[in-house]
Design a protein around this ligand. Structure first.
Ligand SMILES: Nc1ncnc2c1ncn2[C@@H]1O[C@H](COP(=O)(O)OP(=O)(O)OP(=O)(O)O)[C@@H](O)[C@H]1O
Ligand SMILES: [Mg+2]
Length: 316
């Protein structure tokens, strides 16, 4: 059961206070509806998994307080889950083989993380974005082109009509002479690309005519940067599986380019369908199950945290 808060469309983004108030009024009916859809009752629940970090603190607190109260009232365990670990598990709900060891690329509205995953619960963070997240770049460029929020899907659709040769932007953080010793070897950066798009938009004599070509140029550059870094990681760590997660992971241009590149070194790419790529409760339940099965439990002092590193990080 996913509730989209249409109210954010009006503001072109998420307004934290509005989001947490909407969580407060929605959480009880959303849980009831989810139980109804799954044809189960509270009696059937063995444990409760809840996102406790990272994110908007007000919205997280609503979920954490509700989950703890419910667990206490039912006498069942509660487990706090890191939102990005949830995204990492999402693809495995759809593809049975999307399991470690693999190279993981999480590309969402707020994060761009490149991970080597030797086993569940052991995450080697290879690189992240220095500035904007991949999804955030899609959303900002969509705004520049007058497209609705969230902008990933509209850009993807528009880019299909675009000419790839009209606007060629440089591939962020990718140079032919990059060496694994460079700190930026696995890192991302999308704010320069966004500024390049802004320049194109401002200098366009006919934006209606150019929009699709700009969208295509932007998407090609962003995708190539993601593909290059992920391929580097998979080759360096000898992984034959690449698992994509987060809202941008359902972008078909990204999946196609990644699949094509991975085939060159014999790797398979697993990407989630849109409902599993973007935020959903199933992925949190799946990650929570992993921790519960390992015997972990959160106490009733479980708190929400606006930012927190993914658990189980191993140093590079
Ligand atoms: N087809 C697509 N192509 C590109 N981007 C997409 C597509 N579909 C969704 N997105 C982007 O995915 C993002 C939403 O994904 P998700 O729900 O995983 O992010 P989030 O939960 O807001 O961020 P985070 O998980 O980092 O807290 C938005 O930025 C949206 O534009
Ligand atoms: Mg998310």
């Amino acid at each position: 059961m996913i509730l989209s808060q249409d109210v954010h469309k009006v503001f072109g983004g998420v307004v934290p206070e509005i989001a947490s108030r909407a969580h407060l009024t929605s959480i009880v009916p959303v849980v009831s509806r989810a139980l109804e859809d799954a044809a189960v009752t509270f009696d059937d629940l063995d444990a409760i998994a809840v996102t406790s970090a990272p994110g908007l603190i007000g919205a997280l607190l609503v979920g954490v307080c509700y989950a703890k109260s419910l667990a206490f009232a039912r006498g069942i365990p509660v487990i706090g889950v890191h939102h990005m670990e949830g995204h990492l598990f999402a693809t495995a709900l759809q593809h049975r083989s999307a399991v470690p060891p693999f190279t993981g690329l999480l590309v969402s509205g707020g994060h761009t993380l490149l991970l080597d995953v030797e086993e569940w619960g052991r995450y080697r963070l290879l690189g992240a974005t220095r500035d904007d997240a991949a999804g955030e770049a899609f959303d900002k460029v969509a705004k520049l082109l007058g497209l609705p929020y969230p902008g990933g899907r509209p850009i993807e659709m528009m880019a299909r009509e675009g000419d790839p040769a009209k606007f060629r932007y440089s591939r962020p953080m990718v140079r032919s002479n990059d060496s694994p010793a460079d700190p930026s070897y696995y890192e991302f950066s999308f704010s320069g690309l966004k500024t390049a798009v802004l320049t194109s938009v401002r200098s366009s004599a006919d934006l209606e005519r150019d929009s699709a070509d700009i969208a295509r140029g932007f998407q090609d550059a962003l995708v190539e940067s993601l593909v290059e870094k992920t391929a580097r990681a998979a080759v360096a760590w000898g992984r034959k599986r690449i698992v994509l997660g987060g809202g941008v992971a359902c972008n078909s241009a990204l999946v196609a380019a990644m699949t094509e590149r991975a085939a060159r070194f014999g790797a398979t790419v697993f990407a989630p369908e849109p409902r599993l790529a973007t935020d959903n409760a199933a992925m949190i339940a799946r990650a929570g199950l992993f921790h519960i099965e390992r015997g972990e439990r959160s106490g009733l002092d479980l708190n929400a945290h606006a930012s927190q590193p993914i658990p189980g990080l191993v140093t590079a």
